[in-house]
Design a protein. Structure first.
Length: 389
């Protein structure tokens, strides 16, 4: 009954309904992040599982790549505890907000006057007393502090200009330290490696792939009726007793399937990868290499991820699959549990990451490998001839 009612989600971005418990002994840190699902591939690694038959043997595992461009902190919210739960005390925004964030506050950016936050920004220009007063109130009265952060759509390149915005709880340190940490990071980028580390267990929150109006066999997995059944066999034969004289909500019925809000727990991070960047005057693209596979290659497979494209920004690689279609925004949250299982505490060392084409039967890991194997092709000759002309 935890998944009822099976209807379309009201929100497109996964909502964090519980943040991890705060530990004031640790330094201030964020507890969640936003990313975009790029696609899947597979990896080869040695399994470290004493007692298992495949201990110290190579295993092939499916992994999901989630692109995570840096997020920008633009505000801080303070919550006070009441008998009915948390209540917002006040919100403080940064002085300068980007256009991609302002788009989030309009249905139609093209027709709007684009006046969002113009009056609020004057508080910084005239006098910061009102801003400081609100920050002092948060420090004095609040018990929970959350930052407001948004994604950078220019870096994500998923065909959308409107940024995704969310509140992320700040854990660790005192309330004063939390507020100071948030204000220090106003209008600054926060990268994925500041939030998550390799081998960490995380939760993925998102909206599943929509399937439209489906019948009972697909939607609920009910048994099909015998072949000769009159008027179809993908049905429920009896939808209830005479009394109560109504159809109970526990009876499988046809209706909306998919596009449901779901939280998947315990996804292990296999790699926190850096995007394509410049270091020592050189463009660094080798973010899919390992100690065993020294080939210089990018995490993007040949031809790009189907229905997504090229991953240029930072990314994380998680074990197995996750909810949503390609380009779906996913909320990544730190785990609520204290993990003790050997599989959760295992140190993962990747031996090989597959970067062959995901569109068909990929044979080559890089374009150089393909060129070496295939030799000079007719299209290469034609290309060189057109350049000469």
């Amino acid at each position: 009954m935890g998944f009822r009612p099976r209807k379309r989600s009201r929100r497109h971005r996964g909502k964090v309904k519980s943040f991890p418990r705060d530990d004031t002994s640790k330094p201030c840190h964020l507890t969640a992040f936003l990313g975009y699902k790029a696609g899947m591939t597979h990896v080869v690694r040695d399994l470290d599982r004493p007692g298992s038959k495949i201990h110290k043997k190579e295993v092939v595992e499916a992994v999901t790549i989630i692109e995570t461009p840096p997020m920008v902190v633009v505000g801080v919210v303070g919550y006070i505890e009441t008998p009915r739960g948390l209540r917002t005390l006040t919100t403080v925004w940064a002085e300068h907000l980007s256009t991609e964030l302002k788009r989030r506050f309009y249905k139609n950016w093209y027709k709007s006057k684009k006046k969002a936050f113009t009056k609020y920004a004057k508080k910084y220009a005239e006098s910061k007393k009102a801003i400081q007063r609100d920050l002092e109130r948060i420090k004095k009265y609040c018990t929970v502090v959350r930052v407001i952060a948004h994604t950078q759509m220019k870096k994500a390149r998923i065909g959308q200009k409107k940024a995704h915005l969310m509140e992320i709880q700040v854990n660790g340190g005192s309330v004063e330290q939390k507020v100071d940490w948030a204000v220090e990071h106003f209008e600054k980028e926060v990268k994925i490696d500041q939030v998550f580390t390799q081998d960490e267990m995380i939760d993925v929150i998102g909206v599943t792939r929509g399937k439209g109006f489906e019948g009972v066999t697909k939607r609920w997995g009910t048994k099909k009726l015998p072949r000769k059944t009159h008027k179809g066999l993908r049905k429920v034969a009896c939808i209830g007793a005479w009394h109560p004289a109504r159809v109970r909500d526990t009876v499988p019925r046809a209706g909306q399937d998919g596009y449901h809000h779901r939280t998947e727990v315990n996804k292990k991070i296999y790699r926190v990868g850096k995007g394509i960047h410049v270091a020592d005057g050189k463009v660094q693209k080798n973010n899919a290499g390992t100690d065993f596979d020294i080939t210089e290659k990018s995490i993007t497979p040949m031809g790009g991820f189907p229905h997504y494209g090229i991953v240029n920004e930072d990314f994380i690689m998680i074990k197995g699959c996750c909810v949503g279609v390609k380009k779906r925004v996913l909320t990544l949250r730190k785990s609520l549990l204290v993990h003790t299982k050997p599989s959760a505490l295992e140190k993962v060392t990747l031996k090989f990451i597959d970067t062959s084409s995901k569109f068909g039967h990929g044979r080559f890991q890089t374009y150089e490998e393909k060129r070496t194997h295939m030799g000079t092709l007719k299209k290469d000759i034609l290309k060189s001839q057109t350049k000469e002309k």
